[in-house]
Design a protein around this ligand. Structure first.
Ligand SMILES: Cc1cc2nc3c(=O)[nH]c(=O)nc-3n(C[C@H](O)[C@H](O)[C@H](O)COP(=O)(O)O)c2cc1C
Length: 170
């Protein structure tokens, strides 16, 4: 699939807003992800407000793209009544990757800013967003129109030596 190959982490954006229709498609793609027992633990906060994005960008030294992008989507897991709570990180990872691919499909760019399972980042984001006890932040996607036209581009990462057939090490 071409968008898998073309997706790159994009950290510089124009200030052009992301259209509502694109935001909805990105959210829908997250909710289409596979999850353990189809438990769909995800919830999302869509944040455009500049002051809020500035606060979020102070989560870590690596989170600055949040203040440069016109849009941030915070991915959350609601842990109440999950049948397979031990798998929530994997569920949310699937949603995140789906959303990154839909971003490319919408001719936009994005970067994944990691939150879970880092305790300091989790505490910071929970406080910033006044999240209830049972709602865990997973990651933040900073999304916008890429500043550079070739921001999404192909990089070959195929490594044949990482593949084994039938027996490990052979
Ligand atoms: C779990 C996770 C956490 C990440 N956290 C950050 C981050 O805090 N800041 C950042 O700029 N990029 C972050 N990234 C993006 C990676 O740096 C990026 O995916 C990697 O360098 C590969 O580049 P590519 O996305 O262009 O293929 C994160 C990616 C993942 C999957």
């Amino acid at each position: 699939m071409n968008i898998i190959n073309m997706r790159r982490s994009v950290r510089q954006f124009t200030q052009e807003p992301v259209q509502e229709v694109a935001i909805l498609e990105i959210l829908k793609s997250g909710m289409q992800a596979p999850s353990a027992g189809n438990q769909q633990p995800w919830e999302f906060i869509v944040i455009k407000d500049e002051d809020k994005r500035f606060e979020l960008s102070k989560m870590s030294p690596y989170a600055e793209p949040i203040k440069r992008a016109p849009l941030a989507i915070v991915l959350l897991a609601n842990l109440t009544n999950l049948n397979f709570p031990q798998f929530w990180h994997q569920d949310l990872s699937n949603a995140s990757q789906n959303m990154l691919l839909e971003v490319v499909n919408q001719s936009l760019g994005a970067v994944w800013l990691g939150v879970a399972p880092d305790e300091d980042r989790t505490t910071y984001i929970k406080n910033c967003l006044s999240l209830p006890e049972d709602v865990e932040p997973f990651c933040i996607l900073a999304i916008g129109h890429p500043l550079e036209s070739n921001a999404n581009h192909y990089v070959n990462r195929f490594k044949e030596e990482r593949i084994y057939y039938e027996v490990y090490g052979e």
